[in-house]
Design a protein around this ligand. Structure first.
Ligand code: PLP
Length: 459
């Protein structure tokens, strides 16, 4: 097999800043051992998120220049609309400034007290918007998806049987729509099979419930279907995406992921009545329906990005790059969620640093050490992010998993950056016995991971 190379050459570069270990020690102490509080300029390789961090192409940048900034009926809107229609086949395309704005509009209309929204796994903004409307968000992930160490091709799948039971239990009239998130971000970026989407649709149809797709990483999901599911080997990514969306009555999308832009999103719909209600709300909260919270130039960049993401060479490089990092980590005994998903590697901090109990934040300790070792910024997804306190005892109730996520921005880093990340993780792993626990010195009452401060525990 030949080496899979970056399917682009570099036209414009942005230097990254090197720091000494001594400088990083000061920076980290200053930031209270919370990488969210480090300036991006003090980070060498930034793997905090793949959202809005993509490198745009020369064609996207020229689209930025060509953007038509007319308030109503801009040329850029029509290009955006026709591209999104080509991919989704949906009748109404509503631009929003990012994914959560599409969710907010949708759930303000269909949600509310007494309603239930099932999903394979709700992304946190989706859950927040469902709950903010007064409705209940329910995750119905397939059993295999709950086991980080077990390998399976489609660990993001919906538990279709559980979905049907759930609808029977709460009553179809209380389920205004069901959602399926592709790839399943909160479940480790794991893909969902076409068969699972089809079966989910069949259950929805039986009960007259519309199916919506949370489509942030639809192209990465299509690539997994092409390479892992029977019958799709010879289909193009566009054909697979079109089939995927054909089972849905609508979709929400953050263009900051698979549309290769820094800001943007959309809501697509087939229902005339729902589209009218969504547009009316859009005008109040986002803007006129032909720009929806974006500039004309942003719409151009999204339209162009949606064309580029369908390129098989791009997807092959993208998925392989992450798979490569995963393979090398596993070869060297580093515990990760297997197999790696589409956009990130998740280190299993419980197995990586078993000497640190959850209430001393093993994931955060690894995140800090990666920064100290090599200037790499990752993010803890464990007790810092999702831990809750017992109301009576005040003790920490940890979530089921303690993870460190290394999300890979699209088209930003090259193979040697990935090799460098690998070396840094292996170095931290080699010295894992020296990792120390942390305690919190400051925390906000909500979403504490963004602003919390820590100190190391010396024992
Ligand atoms: C990022 C994301 C969202 C929210 O999109 P924003 O553009 O960040 O508002 C929703 N669902 C999934 C699966 C995501 O990854």
């Amino acid at each position: 097999m030949k080496t899979i190379i970056e399917p682009f050459k570099i036209k414009s570069v942005e230097p990254i800043r090197f720091t000494t270990k001594e400088e990083r020690e000061n920076i980290l102490t200053e930031a209270g051992y919370n990488p969210f509080l480090i300036r991006a300029d003090d980070v060498l390789i930034d793997l905090l998120t793949d959202s809005g961090t993509s490198a745009m192409s020369a064609k996207q940048w020229s689209g930025i220049m060509e953007g038509d900034e007319s308030y109503a009926g801009s040329k850029s809107f029509y290009r955006f609309e026709s591209t999104v229609k080509k991919v989704t086949g949906h009748k109404y395309i509503i631009p929003t400034h990012q994914g959560r704005a599409a969710e907010k509009i949708l759930f303000s209309i269909v949600g509310g007290e007494g309603k239930f929204i099932p999903n394979n796994t709700h992304f946190d903004t989706t859950r927040a918007n469902v709950e903010f409307s007064g409705a209940t968000a329910v995750d119905l992930l397939n059993e295999i998806g709950k086991h980080p160490e077990k390998r399976a091709p489609f660990k993001g799948n919906m538990d279709v049987e559980a979905l049907e039971k759930f609808i029977e239990k709460v009553g179809a009239e209380n389920v205004p729509l069901a959602m399926i998130t592709i790839t399943n971000n909160s479940g480790g970026g794991q893909p969902v099979s076409m068969q699972n989407i089809r079966e989910t649709k069949a259950v929805c149809k039986k009960y007259g419930i519309p199916l919506f797709i949370d489509a942030c990483r639809f192209a990465e999901n299509a690539y997994f279907i092409k390479t892992r599911e029977d019958g799709y080997k010879d289909k193009s990514i566009l054909e697979i995406a079109q089939e995927t969306f054909s089972y849905a009555d609508g979709a929400t999308m953050s263009a900051k992921k698979d549309a290769l832009v820094n800001i943007g999103g959309f809501l697509s719909l087939n229902s005339d009545e729902l589209a009218m209600k969504c547009r009316n709300l859009l005008i109040v909260t986002e803007g006129f329906p032909t720009y929806g919270g974006l500039a004309g130039r942003d719409l151009e960049a999204v339209a162009q990005g949606l064309e580029e993401i369908l390129d098989i060479h791009y997807l092959q490089y993208r998925i392989r790059s992450i798979e490569y990092l995963g393979e090398k980590l596993v070869e060297n005994g580093v515990p990760i969620i297997e197999p790696p998903g589409g956009h990130a590697i998740y280190i299993d901090a419980k197995r990586f640093a078993p000497q640190i109990p959850p209430h001393q934040y093993p994931g955060q300790s690894i995140v800090c050490e990666l920064y100290l070792e090599a200037g790499i910024r990752a993010v803890e997804i464990g007790s810092v992010m999702f831990g809750k306190y017992d109301e009576k005892t005040g003790e920490l109730i940890p979530p089921p998993m303690e993870l460190v996520r290394l999300a890979i921005p699209r088209r930003v880093y090259t193979q040697s950056h990935i090799d460098f990340v690998l070396e840094a993780i292996l170095e931290v792993f080699k010295n894992r016995g020296k990792l120390k626990g942390l305690e919190i010195t400051y925390e906000a009452p909500m979403l504490r991971h963004f602003t919390a401060k820590f100190r190391t525990i010396n024992n």
